[in-house]
Design a protein around this ligand. Structure first.
Ligand code: MEV
Length: 442
């Protein structure tokens, strides 16, 4: 494999934005002049707003737009919400809005935060031989861990959060000499990554400093810190959302309420027992969850990683939602870990994130967990409702029609005509192209 040495650069991050663009477009774009214009056309016309975005990350050269939509009519614990969603997939918002309307007249969504505990770990290697001695040494060190982190935890403690627990975990059965400081935290309304990581790094220093003072026999003080980092697996930062109504209220075209309830429950059951289906089922849930997470400026990678780990917690990948039908009552629910924040990060910086939180009534982290879980459940309800009745493509392709027409270069009038034409017809790529060509020929 040959490497084009002219396309490597030293000190790229030190270049001005214009210089970076120049270098990228000259070296990598097929049409540098057009590329330059494209990048500039995505700059915000307000200089200070653009600067804000440039400062979020390194090497920013322009902005990347996602549509920002809302799904109204979400009744959650009898309070009405209009939920912001940032997503590119055409049918997601329509599905959320449809489920919101459906459940608005059937009692709405009920939610509950089960727990809000976050986790952080210092991973280290200790080559000593007397584990008992080490355990009792560690126990005695716990007040010192608290004392040495007092400054870092002060504000958090004032807000009612802080360090909940610190314990030594012996992991030598996994890797020789491997131990952890496994700590639990309450980070209140912040996602808490910086807080947790700062505390953990101080724990690591505290461990080293105190071991250095020990007078144990030779080689009993060989500690090597491997890393100090929060865990994005937070099974105890858990929220539940559910919908429930008498089966007789599940009226569908061409299907009795009992048949619908049975088909729906079976579809959920398949996702509970069959990983291929479970992944797609959960992907649909994450369509809703990620959209809210992105709109509210949270870390969707952390949320995704945790959700899928949680879905595998019993040793096999399974559904995040569940359905019960008993005594004529249909209940559909989700339990999912969601470590979200409404303060810190970009929440007070990004203008659209601020707006998203504003229309949600500036929720605290627990309320946002509930809203987000509801959106995931709603999304899954709509997907399963379509899948078990009309099939998914009917709705999907209708929503996708505009993308196809934009790709073909249709103007607004042509788009309106073709959308109207497909009102009572099945959309496919081919049929859309044919309809477009027909209009063009006219
Ligand atoms: C598409 O983005 C999501 C679905 O595939 C989810 C599902 O199958 O449950 C429709």
């Amino acid at each position: 494999m040959s490497t084009d040495i002219n396309k490597t650069i030293k000190g790229f991050s030190k270049l001005s934005k214009e210089q970076k663009i120049e270098w990228v477009t000259q070296n990598f774009a097929q049409h540098p002049k057009e590329a330059l214009e494209l990048l500039k056309s995505y700059w915000h016309n307000e200089l200070s707003t653009q600067k804000l975005h440039d400062d979020f990350i390194e090497n920013a050269i322009t902005n990347y737009y996602l549509p920002f939509a809302v799904a109204p009519n979400f009744r959650i614990n009898n309070k009405m919400y209009c939920i912001p969603l940032a997503i590119e997939e055409s049918s997601v918002v329509a599905a959320a809005a449809k489920a919101a309307n459906y459940w608005n007249v059937r009692g709405g969504f009920k939610t509950k935060v089960i727990s809000t505990t976050k986790v952080g770990q210092v991973h280290f290697i200790w080559e000593g031989i007397d584990k008992n001695k080490f355990h009792s040494f560690f126990e005695k060190l716990i007040p010192e861990f608290h004392r040495r982190t007092e400054l870092i935890t002060k504000n958090m403690r004032q807000r009612g959060g802080g360090i909940l627990n610190i314990e030594l975990r012996d992991k030598t059965d996994l890797i020789p000499n491997y131990f952890q400081i496994h700590a639990l935290f309450d980070t209140k309304d912040s996602m808490g990554a910086n807080f947790i990581n700062s505390v953990l790094e101080e724990f690591a220093k505290t461990l080293i400093d105190n071991l250095a003072e020990q007078t144990w026999e030779t080689n009993e003080k060989q500690v090597q810190i491997v890393m100090s980092i929060l865990s994005n697996y937070t099974p105890e930062c858990l929220v539940r959302a559910e919908v429930s109504c008498p089966v007789k209220d599940l009226n569908e075209d061409n299907l009795s309420p009992d048949e619908f309830a049975q088909k729906f429950q079976r579809a959920v059951r398949i996702a509970e027992v069959e990983p291929h289906r479970a992944v797609t089922h959960n992907k649909g849930i994450m369509n809703g969850i990620d959209s809210v997470v992105i709109a509210t400026g949270n870390d969707f990678r952390a949320i995704e990683a945790c959700a899928h780990a949680y879905a595998s917690r019993n040793g096999k990948y399974s559904s995040l939602t569940h359905c019960e039908v008993s005594d004529g009552i249909f209940t559909f629910y989700i339990e999912i870990p969601l470590a979200l924040g409404t303060v810190g990060g970009i929440t007070s910086l990004h203008p659209m994130v601020k707006f998203a939180n504003e229309i949600l009534g500036n929720p605290n982290a627990e309320e946002l967990m509930q809203i987000t879980a509801v959106t995931g459940l709603a999304q899954n309800f709509s997907a399963l409702r379509s899948l078990t009745t009309t099939g998914i493509q009917k709705g999907h392709m209708k929503m996708h029609l505009l993308n196809i027409l934009n790709q073909l270069g249709a103007n607004e009038e042509e788009k309106a005509d073709i959308v109207n034409y497909f009102k009572d017809k099945i959309v496919s790529y081919q049929s859309a192209v044919e309809a477009y060509n027909k209009i063009k020929r006219k």
